[in-house]
Design a binder for this molecule. Sequence first.
Ligand code: UD1
Length: 424
Amino acid sequence: MDNILIEGGVPLKGALPISGSKNAVLPLMVAALLSDEALILQGTPRLADTLHLAHVLRELGAEVEAFGEARDEGLRVQVREITSTRAPYELVKKMRASFWVLGPLLARAGQAQVSLPGGCAIGTRPVDLYLQGLRLMGAQLDMENGYVIASAKNGLRGAQIDLPFISVGATHVLMQAASLADGETCITNAAAEPEVIDVGQCLQLMGAQIEGLGTNTIRIKGVSRLRGATYRVARDRIEAGAFALAIAASGGDAQLMGVNADILGSLRPVLETIGVAIEAQENSLRIIGQQDRLTATSISTAPYPGFATDLQAPFMGVMCCAQGESQIRETIFENRFMHVQELVRMGANITLHGDTARVRGVAQLQAAPVMATDLRASIALVIAGLAAQGTTRIGRVYHLDRGYERLEEKLSQCGARIWRERDS
Ligand code: UD1
């Protein structure tokens, strides 16, 4: 397995291009199952997760082709005919979002056999909300040998679906299924995440009738057929946030390219509170760290527009060296503190109290061999490595490859001493 090595202590300077959003492109690719015409997605990131989902979709009958330049790629996904409605365990277990094919398969083919996604390092992550919603839409659902066996012989019908709490994945699946259902569906407590808006807008271009995107109530009037479309994927707000935090932790001064201040959402005031200046420029955002230690502040994760759970770990990476104490509360996933023990190995002073991590800033982190435990935890270790004294070695970097495009290349272009040690 590859390792990433980082020699810390270099302030990031220069330009960091922001790629297309991973969390938008995955459900967008899944949406291609809803039409027999081609869905052309522009500005897609090249990630282990997109390659994996392409594999899953091909199993179901999709043609998936990449096109364009290395820095502005696209994907053309066309499912003329669904040739298989089975998503096997071997594929679904590798990436939870593969489970999302359940909604469109059921809506277009009237049946699906999709493996349950199984365990996950950041929590149990059940799929009960997806299943409850699909049942309300008339689907017959049974569990057999670890698979969800689903059928809707007479098609799905519109329903009132009141989600007990917000789930991004359930909103994607139910919105997609409802687009081809008979009648109107209303989802309350729907996710308002920008990625849901992205998918909803693409579905609208495909002919879907959707209202309320970006709010917690989404109404979908089902149509009998969806057509192809061309859609540009939004930039990745989680990558942008993580890079802004990396610049801050390194005491650098660098630009996030291709984005404006909106992309930072609720991270923006938090950055300003800890002492980072943000300057909007034409088609870029300048992030200015400081020589002195940053000021600690507390956050609590929440569904959008709250502080993103995907930025909790990288934020903790920054707080490790801040002046003062930071309380970091995780309200979305029950076990999303896997990075804590690794950060402690680098000299951080962190204690866990239920859903809250108490971080007392130290003057300097020390390099150490550490292990990436999940996608978002891994970037926290990169951030800590950039700030630490000495050379940090991060193992299990396949987690990083799932969600951050050309990470070492982008950071080294800003002066970071970061490289990959390939396993021979
Ligand atoms: C998506 C994102 C992930 C992000 C998360 C929360 C993608 C590919 N992944 O994950 O990066 O961290 O949103 O913003 O877009 N839950 C249930 N039952 C269900 C569904 C969810 O109990 O049926 C729980 C989960 O265990 C979790 C919470 O709901 O505690 C929120 O999860 P959810 O929003 O569904 O996360 P994902 O869609 O899996």
